[in-house]
Write a protein that binds this ligand. Structure first.
Ligand SMILES: *Cc1c(COP(=O)(O)O)cnc(C)c1O
Length: 237
């Protein structure tokens, strides 16, 4: 099988698994969206995924997102899923469909400032460090509600939901409790009825655990390896 068929085939397979997982929980498969995480992969491979029907792509580096944005069709919805430095917000703010990785008030303030300056309305998710891992970015569950209340007051920015990157596990069942916990946080925030906050979006689930994430309510799953194959950080450009 050549590479083109392979990416198209992978997309078909992941989409099928995603839809099955949704149906087993009585969810409408249309409520779950697959993001092709294309970090480190060349533009030619993204184009193949695009030709196979993908329109949502996820990147974790600002420069890489901007480079790819310039070379690929303009109807792609770009998702910023990686840690975002404040001084780089200005490069992507007019290019991204959704920023998944807002993890501090200072970052939200910077996004708000740029959004107002350019008269944009920017949709964001708050990244939660759901397992409390030392090594991970993200807001702790304890800080989430007060921080949501602060960020909600900022102009030009809209909180649409939550995102998490749970621990890497061999058995995806081990992450079910974290996906449930993220959904519960959404429910808790919704109950607070904070102005300018909607909690419709749950961005959770990667190659190893996306089916469990969909069963637990994911609206976006972020799949890289399962679509493009393993990443090689050494030869990648
Ligand atoms: C790389 C990455 C993914 C995709 O990981 P895979 O295991 O390759 O599917 C998803 N989310 C984030 C935030 C990532 O950085």
């Amino acid at each position: 099988m050549d590479k083109v068929e392979c990416i198209a085939q992978n997309i078909k397979e992941v989409t099928g698994n995603m839809q099955t997982a949704a149906k087993t929980r009585g969810r409408d498969p249309k409520d779950v969206c697959l993001i092709a995480v294309s970090k480190t992969k060349p533009v030619s491979m993204l184009q193949e995924a695009y030709d196979a029907g993908m329109r949502d792509f996820g990147e974790n580096k600002v420069q890489e997102l901007v480079d790819k944005y310039e070379q690929l069709p303009k109807d792609i919805r770009w998702h910023m899923i990686g840690h975002l430095q404040r001084n780089k917000v200005k490069y992507i703010i007019d290019k991204v469909y959704l920023i998944h990785s807002v993890d501090s008030l200072r970052l939200a303030e910077e996004i708000s400032k740029e959004a107002v300056k350019r008269q944009l309305e920017v949709n964001i998710l708050l990244e939660v460090n759901i397992a409390g891992e030392e090594s991970k970015f993200g807001i702790t569950p304890e800080d989430l509600i007060p921080l949501t209340e602060e960020i909600a007051k900022l102009p030009g920015i809209h909180i649409k939901g939550l995102m998490t990157v749970p621990p890497y596990v061999e058995n995806p069942e081990e992450n079910r409790r974290y996906f449930r916990a993220l959904r519960q946080l959404c429910v808790d925030i919704t109950r607070k009825n904070i102005d300018n906050v909607s909690m419709d979006v749950l961005s959770m689930g990667m190659t190893g655990d996306y089916e469990v994430a969909v069963q637990e309510g994911a609206s976006y799953i972020r799949v890289g390896t399962g679509i493009f194959g393993e990443r090689n950080y050494h030869i990648a450009k």
